[in-house]
Design a protein around this ligand. Structure first.
Ligand code: ZN
Length: 91
């Protein structure tokens, strides 16, 4: 069922609506991104291309990070199961 799987991908991808509510709770997008990074990579981020464990924000590209070694760019939110991230937030 193509339409069903498409909807599942859409749900798993989350969306700006969810992210915006996060930003509202965290006050600014930077700390929201840090929280997302910690949730997505509990053991710490590692570059899928070179294995480097350091990344930095991309200027002018909100929610994007860049490997400090090979400069691979990735989105903090892509592929995030946002529905799973609504759990332990203090209100
Ligand atoms: Zn890298």
């Amino acid at each position: 069922m193509a339409s069903l799987s498409a909807r599942m991908v859409e749900a798993a991808d989350g969306g700006d609506g969810d992210l915006l509510s996060w930003v509202a709770r965290y006050g600014d997008e930077g700390s929201c991104e840090e929280a997302l990074m910690r949730l997505r990579f509990p053991g710490g981020w590692a570059c899928p291309r070179c294995g480097n464990r350091r990344c930095s924000p991309v200027a002018g590209r909100p929610r994007k990070r860049q490997c400090t070694r090979c400069r691979l760019q990735f989105s903090v939110t892509s592929g995030t199961p946002m529905q799973g991230l609504r759990l332990p937030l203090p209100t």
